[in-house]
Design a binder for this molecule. Structure first.
Ligand SMILES: C[S@@+](CC[C@H](N)C(=O)[O-])C[C@H]1O[C@@H](n2cnc3c(N)ncnc32)[C@H](O)[C@@H]1O
Length: 339
């Protein structure tokens, strides 16, 4: 493990926990996804530094209710959430993004006088450093909180937790996972990742718990409005994934202005699906390997599940976890679930 780039000489340390620093793996995933009968590109392509900035702008648009609902729940219940975090424990925020909601929970921990080591995990180095430096301005002189960053994927974090020694001084590990990011996985993917986190903590002899936000919006019209591709912020965020793919592939395979963003709601699994959609049929090749995408079909960019309560219980049970409490917004459509 290397320590990279502390933001300022007195700023928070960021640990580089990536096991694979080369984009080769991503290239393999791109080629695999494009050759599938239901073509897809890895959702990680969306989350480079530029992608995070574009997502941040999109998430602040008025129809994207997820952010405001989450802020509403934090405003009303953050003290109860902080109560659940034991003193002496570590708090790892998975896929922390630009870290704009985190301060509410850290402030509550500070008010409660709890010693907690906070780690922000994400895959985009610049945005991670920038978000951490802002948090550090508020909490850098705290007697109770340590603020650090982890550069890597969820999988890197699973491996890091199982192997590394620094965090073993923590009495327990709490995972904070906001933005409905858990539902970017399907049920099996989500429960399997949760169990791997539990196993890693277990291997390091630390109990763990999760505080996860989930979008259970029952209204399809509201969901489709939130992810309306006519919203330029959404299509700019999504199409940046093609630019990132070009950069990983080392050639301009995707002419970005020949593509648009399309969204569909799949009733079978209550999942919003976002596609890269070509304006005309595409027949191209990468390293001599042919791929074809017709304008109707498109390429899957990312999914966002809208799980109802029974789904959440079933998914957690599969991971060997149990929902112990739920905090909801006033429409009862968005929730924070501690497991
Ligand atoms: C929907 S955004 C949510 C951001 C932030 N948590 C929020 O609530 O606004 C998903 C975040 O997860 C990160 N992410 C996506 N896939 C990841 C992975 N495999 N490992 C680590 N972080 C990931 C992205 O970079 C992004 O910051």
């Amino acid at each position: 493990m290397t320590v990279i780039d502390s933001v300022r000489s007195y700023g928070p340390v960021v640990y580089d926990i990536r096991r694979n620093k080369e984009p080769l793996d991503l290239k393999k995933q791109i080629l695999g996804g494009l050759s599938s009968s239901d073509p897809e590109l890895p959702s990680l392509l969306l989350w480079d530094d530029e992608g995070l900035r574009l997502f941040d702008a999109f998430s602040k648009t008025p129809d994207y209710y997820l952010r405001s609902k989450e802020m509403e729940i934090l405003e009303h219940h953050v003290e109860d959430m902080a109560e659940r975090i034991p003193p002496g424990s570590a708090l790892i925020e998975l896929g922390c993004g630009t870290l704009q909601k985190t301060g509410a929970l850290l402030s509550a921990l500070e008010r409660q006088g709890k010693n907690v080591s906070y780690y922000a995990l994400d895959v985009s180095p610049e945005e991670l450093a920038a978000g951490l430096s802002i948090l550090f301005e508020t909490f850098g002189s705290s007697k109770h909180l340590d603020i650090r960053g982890l550069l890597g994927t969820y999988e890197d974090c699973v491996a890091w937790l199982a192997s590394q020694s620094g965090i073993k001084r923590a009495t327990a590990v709490n995972f904070l996972w906001m933005g409905n990011s858990i539902a970017n996985f399907d049920f099996f993917g989500a429960s399997s990742l949760l169990s791997r986190f539990v196993d890693s903590c277990f291997a390091s002899k630390m109990p763990c718990q999760f505080l996860v936000s989930i979008d259970a919006c029952p209204r399809e019209d509201k969901i489709l409005q939130a992810y309306n591709p006519d919203n330029r912020s959404l299509s700019e965020f999504i199409l940046n994934g093609l630019r990132h793919a070009n950069s990983v592939l080392g050639q301009e395979i995707f002419q970005v202005d020949e593509w648009k963003c399309v969204t569909k709601f799949d009733h079978r699994d209550r999942t919003l699906k976002v596609y890269y959609s070509p304006r005309r049929d595409i027949d191209s090749d990468i390293d001599g390997k042919r791929f074809a995408v017709n304008a109707e079909q498109g390429i899957l960019a990312i999914t966002s599940g809208k799980w109802v309560e029974t789904d959440v219980h079933a998914m957690s049970a599969k991971a060997g976890l149990r929902v112990v409490d739920v905090w909801r917004d006033t429409d009862q459509a968005y929730s924070f679930n501690p497991w």
